[in-house]
Design a protein around this ligand. Structure first.
Ligand SMILES: Nc1ncnc2c1ncn2[C@@H]1O[C@H](COP(=O)(O)OP(=O)(O)OP(=O)(O)O)[C@@H](O)[C@H]1O
Ligand SMILES: [Mg+2]
Length: 261
């Protein structure tokens, strides 16, 4: 079976800095990949290349049989890749519910003209969106549904992270990219996040997930393939135990820790 996502020889330079250096990997339908690596390793940049925020300096990204290298972000979402961001990109003045509904815009059929000339169709579609958004808000841990009319900006940090995931899921992705979803969560919230992702996967066994994570408890919780990058390059790949035991991985983390000490 061909891979759902195929990243080949991706390099991303910013001036003289090589943020991602000749990285390649592929991901099958329903597979989970965890990307780890010290701060500044190039993890988020890799997501930005996959999702069309940047066109890579070199290399190719294929998804679901199509070349999506450098395609605009909206087209990437339309094709079935959704993501969350490391720092929240919610619309803080809009309600929790509206933030999820916005995530659906690539899947809705009616537009402004329909609202004017076919108001019935628009209204029906909107009602269906609300229903779907409410279901997504009920699905995860925490009680986002009870807070659905609150402005997103007033949510607690963990709820904001959960809302980002609900919004990403609203676009009905085949591949979900999570950039450090556990950031700012305490242990209990992190465990709930792991349970949420597990539940999501058992409900949608075909959904593929790439998870950038610093919290090794989260990485360990999934039967994942793990890839470690450092200074833009892939330095290790395999199951969690193999990657954790790899001397280059330990060196990458310890080296950075020593530099910060
Ligand atoms: N738009 C940009 N312009 C210039 N340099 C950038 C840009 N985006 C990222 N970088 C640089 O590329 C390198 C990789 O950054 P990136 O954000 O991908 O790291 P990361 O692995 O996600 O780190 P963290 O764990 O801290 O989130 C860093 O040196 C960063 O400063
Ligand atoms: Mg990052």
């Amino acid at each position: 079976m061909s891979a759902l996502l195929d990243v080949k020889g991706v390099t991303m330079r910013f001036g003289g800095l090589v943020a991602v250096n000749d990285v390649g990997f592929s991901l099958a339908k329903g597979e989970v990949l965890a990307v780890i690596g010290p701060n500044g390793a190039g993890k988020s940049t890799l997501f930005n290349v996959i999702t069309g925020v940047y066109r890579p300096t070199a290399g190719k990204v294929s998804f679901d049989g199509a070349d999506i290298t450098g395609k605009p972000a909206y087209e990437v979402v339309e094709r079935g890749i959704a993501r969350t961001f490391q720092s929240s990109r919610l619309f803080s003045d809009l309600s929790v519910l509206d933030n999820v509904i916005i995530g659906m815009h690539t899947r809705t059929k009616t537009g402004v003209l329909d609202a004017l000339f076919r108001p019935g169709a628009s209204k029906r579609e909107m009602a269906a969106c609300v229903e779907k958004a409410e279901a997504l808000l009920k699905a995860g841990s925490g009680d986002l549904h009870a807070q659905r009319y609150r402005p997103a900006g007033t949510l607690a940090q963990a709820d904001r992270r959960r809302l980002e995931i609900a919004r990403a899921l609203a676009s009905e992705p085949k591949l979900l990219l999570l950039d450090e979803p556990s950031v700012g969560m305490d242990e209990v919230e992190t465990d709930a996040l792991v349970a949420d992702i597990k539940r999501l996967r058992s409900k949608n066994p075909d959904l593929s997930v790439i998870l950038i994570e610093h919290d090794m408890r989260v990485v360990e919780a999934f039967p994942t393939h793990v890839m470690c990058i450092d200074y833009g390059s892939r330095i290790a790949e395999g199951n969690f135990e193999t990657v954790r035991a790899d001397p280059r991985v330990q060196e990458a983390y310890l080296g950075k820790a020593a530099a910060h000490a």
